[in-house]
Design a protein around this ligand. Sequence first.
Ligand code: GUN
Length: 285
Amino acid sequence: MTVTIDGKELAKKIRANLKIECEELNKKEIKSKLAVIMVGDDPASKVYVRNKSKACEDVGIEYEEYLLDSNISQKELIDLIKKLNQDNTVNGILLQSPIPSKLDINEAFKTIAPEKDVDGFNPTNVGKLVLNQDTFVSCTPYGIMKMFEEYNIDLNCKNVVILGRSNIVGKPLIHCCLNKNATVTICHSKTRNIKEIASKADILISAIGKANFVTTDMVKENAVVIDVGINRTDNGKITGDVDFENVKEKASYITPVPGGVGPMTIAMLMNNVIKATRRQKGMKD
Ligand code: GUN
């Protein structure tokens, strides 16, 4: 029997626990605040940012938004990040990607203080993940790992195949899975025989951004299938990378879109903001 992994429900549970934790911090006169920077007006980013602000409100995290014009200079962006690094009332800083291509996003991520880098994109935090040291893990991979934990899906000795090599999902996921003793293969646009590779996976994770890319012939019987894709169809519906209706007949576990990985990403962001706050106040996690 196939289990549909309920990311929405799990995210709700995590957020409810974080809300209690936030209330406990408030009793000690400790407030938690996330600052979000968005450059330009990418429609998808606007939706993501709105969802992040709603989640903060729900958990009790203060939220500050910086909506910058797409003509902003690199110096202005870097100066804002430096100002937020210095601001003791700000515990987490998130720069929503993408930003206009004339700006250097790598320099911007590098400027975010590692202890406030709740997205885990600063090279220091990326390096710590690679070395299997405690760090802020970027939110989508972290959310996927939480799902595995909740559903008792053990990665030890498993063949994990990841489709997509983005800095936000694919690359950090490699290390999350490797740190759990999986054998990891990553496929991308230049990979030959993706179908053949995918069909050997015990756990198949697709973060490629193409609707219906993962079809039943790419999925091993009883594989775990995780769908990170968020694609908009011609009729405005949100759909993942996986041909859900057909693949679910073959998978042991599968995540739906919507209601799978998406809500977990936001829950783990909230988790990272609270973790950052506690650490900045010298408290244990
Ligand atoms: N753009 C798409 N996903 C993300 C994310 O998780 N974090 C940031 N900063 N930008 C994104």
